[in-house]
Design a protein around this ligand. Structure first.
Ligand SMILES: C[S@@+](CC[C@H](N)C(=O)[O-])C[C@H]1O[C@@H](n2cnc3c(N)ncnc32)[C@H](O)[C@@H]1O
Length: 233
């Protein structure tokens, strides 16, 4: 069972956020490209059906905003937040003009309790040295009955342990700088439930990603558990 050590991880979390920010600043290319992460479309019909009119939506850890066009099909009220100023600056200007951006740590998002109807957390959990405070914060920000969609990769993912140095139990540094953790499905479910979420649906999703400039040189396949959970109403 994965354990999370808060104190040891504070420095790691700081270094990690700096590593992401430097990566975004290092090139004008979009690191993650402009195609949305491969699991969103599978869940969109259900989410669309469940949301009320004009829902408020948060893209948490939005990076350069590749998932925002999808979210804008659901609502005009979108907030994109990330710790990296350089990432948010790279959201294409026409898109950025349609939403609000907030530079912040996901552990302390400066918005009111119960503000959002739906939160997307795509390709972020595995990069957090301690995901629990972030999941608690997202739980705080959701209305009762609000939805969170997130993926949490395990060792099925083709990137797991490739070019990675083990630094602890299931924990790695990719290229000596980027933190990753891979967990088993039952641990991911236990993590979400311990942060107050109720499971609606989860499934293993696989998708192909193109190479990521300055980060991963080859196209690769991700296999990741994807979870749609809700805050109990
Ligand atoms: C792998 S990228 C995914 C970006 C985007 N969600 C996507 O699907 O393209 C992970 C993102 O999480 C952000 N991030 C990591 N830790 C964070 C933290 N503690 N607070 C805020 N953002 C964080 C990074 O800056 C980075 O943009």
């Amino acid at each position: 069972m994965t354990t999370y050590h808060r104190e040891n991880n504070l420095d790691l979390s700081d270094q990690n956020k700096k590593a992401w920010d430097s990566l975004y600043a290092s090139t004008e290319d979009l690191i993650w490209g402009s195609q949305p992460v491969g699991f969103i479309d599978i869940f969109m019909p259900y989410i669309k059906n469940k949301l009320s009119r004009d829902p408020r939506i948060l893209d948490a850890g939005a990076g350069e905003g590749r998932n925002l066009p999808q979210l804008l099909t659901l609502s005009d009220h979108i907030v994109a937040c990330d710790a990296s100023e350089h990432a948010l600056d790279k959201i294409p200007a026409p898109l950025r003009s349609l939403l609000k951006t907030v530079i912040c740590d996901l552990e302390a998002i400066p918005l009111d309790d119960g503000f959002f109807d739906f939160i997307l957390l795509a390709d972020v959990v595995e990069t957090l040295p301690d995901p629990r405070p972030v999941l608690h914060e997202l739980h705080r920000l959701l209305k009762p009955g609000g939805l969170l969609l997130c993926n949490i990769p395990g060792f099925e993912d083709s990137i797991a342990d490739i070019d990675m140095e083990a630094i602890g139990e299931n924990q790695y540094l990719y290229q000596g700088r980027y933190f990753y953790r891979f967990v088993y499905q039952d641990e991911a479910i236990a993590l979400l439930e311990s942060c107050g979420f109720q499971m609606i649906h989860h499934q293993l999703c696989s998708w192909v990603e193109a190479a990521h400039p300055s980060f991963r040189s080859d196209a690769h396949t991700h296999s990741s558990y994807v979870f749609l959970v809700e805050k109990a109403g």
